[in-house]
Design a protein around this ligand. Structure first.
Ligand code: BES
Ligand code: MG
Ligand code: ZN
Length: 499
């Protein structure tokens, strides 16, 4: 699938997606829809008049007609009243219409751009490009029956004012790059754990580094041990697949060597829970426990391809949490790179152990000046926020505002959870400096604050994507891995350029 902005009337068949707003009490709505064929206009008039099609969000009406020897399939796309359209509704409508359009197996799909008092044309454009790319995304490499494959096609977005063409071309380039990087992250997460394990994840990171222009250093068990990353190694030691510390560096602003944005992604290529074993139902999708690492890898690709003017170092402590005679056990007391001791009361609270060392490594060794960690950390965040919003914790309000600013561009949603001192009490251990679980209450907060114990004064944001990174049931453009985080981290980096 390819998106272009120039529609050439080559005499081939095509599918047209035509946006239709509804307006209460307005008689001739079809008049408002520009560039219609006469038959489209007459048909639209009729179906609106007779209330066969009410132009509500998500409603579609399809007609086909032989026009000058070509078959033209028109999909009227309902958008509801112009003053009520939201970004979410916009994406839902476009994705729904595009899915229907793809069903015609045509080589060409035309989508007419629109805007309203609520949403500008360039925002609709950005959302549309993303919805179309993500809508076209498939993870079917393991299917032997490729019959279900959709036909290669071009989507042409029309209706852009002539004098804005250059600007939209530029926006298309950025949105396409981001969509490509999001798809990469989705692929990494959708791959099963027998394909993606620490070594293979490190190999892919290296490949992407070569392709997109960032440096990748991979440290193996011996070096990880020399660094003193005991907590990380404890989680890793139950698996035959040995761990890897993946360090990705992009130095886009050599004039400011001490300004480095740190990105730390949870990289559990599989999480069985260890001896605090998960029930089978919750274990089934634990190949996705490296979605945080996929997000930082995807973001690194976008940041370096765009040659952003800032320094970014991303760190992934990749390992598997399994059971064996070597594995760590509930009750063990372990060390960490920062020197703090940890009483492991639950081996399924493993992400925070790997992240504690990864974040300490990023701050102490890579000298990052600000750090974001992104992790599929708690089931509790799924209970609190579902699959709609990513939970966040921070020690720096100003930095968090920068993330929110980035999220306006990315369309990804975040909600900050409180981090009062009282919650830290829950992590106190009788035997060690910390324990790795805080009990049933405030699970997402205590998990985040556990990591916070390892960041010192460095401005830090923790993002818990356990609910938003993988959808068992498909929704909107997304099913399986969502690639959440890639776009927000990219825009965060982009906005930090001028600092
Ligand atoms: N990887 C899980 C969290 C998770 C849950 C990710 C659901 C994706 C979907 C994490 O390692 C975990 O097991 N957390 C435990 C922590 C608990 C033992 C304190 C949890 O949330 O149950
Ligand atoms: Mg776990
Ligand atoms: Zn986990």
């Amino acid at each position: 699938m390819k998106i272009s902005l120039r529609f050439s009337d080559e005499g081939k068949n095509w599918v047209r997606i035509v946006p239709v707003f509804s307006e209460e009490g307005k008689k001739d709505l079809a008049e408002d829809v520009p560039d219609l064929f006469l038959w489209e206009k007459e048909m639209l008039q009729k179906i609106l008049e007779e209330k066969i099609f009410e132009a509500k969000v998500g409603r579609l009406y399809e007609i086909s007609q032989l026009t000058e020897g070509r078959l033209v399939h028109t999909v009227f796309m309902g958008l509801g009243p112009g003053e009520e359209i939201s970004e979410g509704k916009c994406v839902r409508a476009i994705y729904g219409a595009y899915k229907v359009a793809m069903g015609y197996q045509s080589e060409r799909v035309e989508m007419k751009l629109f805007s309203s008092s609520k949403i500008s044309m360039d925002r609709v454009f950005q959302l549309a490009v993303d919805a179309i790319y993500q809508g076209a995304y498939r993870f079917d490499k393991y299917k032997t029956d490729k019959k279900s494959l959709k036909k290669e096609h071009e989507v042409c977005i029309t209706g852009i004012p002539q004098d804005s063409m250059a600007e939209f071309e530029k926006n298309l380039e950025e949105a396409s790059l981001l969509a490509r990087c999001v798809s990469k992250a989705r692929d990494l997460v959708n791959e099963p754990a027998n394909a993606i394990y620490p070594k293979s994840l490190a190999k892919l990171a290296k490949e992407y580094g070569k392709g997109y222009g960032f440096l990748v250093e991979v440290k193996e068990a011996k070096e990880i041990s020399e660094l003193g990353m005991h907590a990380f190694l404890e989680v890793a030691k139950g698996s035959k697949h040995s761990p890897r510390l993946i360090v990705m560096r992009y130095m886009g602003d050599p004039t400011k060597p001490s300004h480095i944005l740190g990105l730390v992604g949870k990289g559990l290529t599989y999480d069985s829970g260890g001896y605090s074993i998960k029930p089978s139902d919750s274990m089934a999708y634990m190949k996705s426990d490296m979605a945080g690492s996929a997000a930082v890898i995807g973001a690194m690709c976008a940041i370096s391809e765009k040659k952003l003017k800032l320094n970014v170092v991303a760190v992934v402590a990749a390992c598997e949490n399994l059971i064996s005679g070597e594995a760590f056990k509930p009750g063990d007391i372990i060390g960490s790179m920062a020197g703090k001791t940890i009483e492991v009361l639950n081996t399924d609270a493993e992400g925070r152990l790997t992240l504690a060392d990864a974040i300490h490594y990023a701050i102490a060794q890579e000298k990052v000046s600000k750090v974001v960690d992104i992790a599929t950390l708690t089931g509790a965040v799924v209970i609190a926020l579902g699959d709609v919003v990513t939970g966040a914790i921070t020690n720096d309000e100003v930095f968090y505002q920068e993330l929110l600013e980035a999220s306006k561009k990315s369309g990804e949603k975040f909600w900050q959870l409180p981090s009062y001192e009282e919650y830290k009490e829950l992590l106190k251990s009788d035997l060690a400096d910390l324990k790795n679980i805080g009990g049933r209450s405030a699970g997402t907060i205590t998990a985040g604050l556990f990591i916070g114990e390892f960041v010192g004064n460095t401005p830090w944001i923790h993002l818990d994507i356990a609910g938003t990174s993988y959808l068992e049931q498909g929704k909107d453009t997304r099913k399986g891995a969502t690639g959440v985080g890639v776009k927000t981290l990219y825009y965060l980096a982009k906005n930090m350029q001028s600092e």
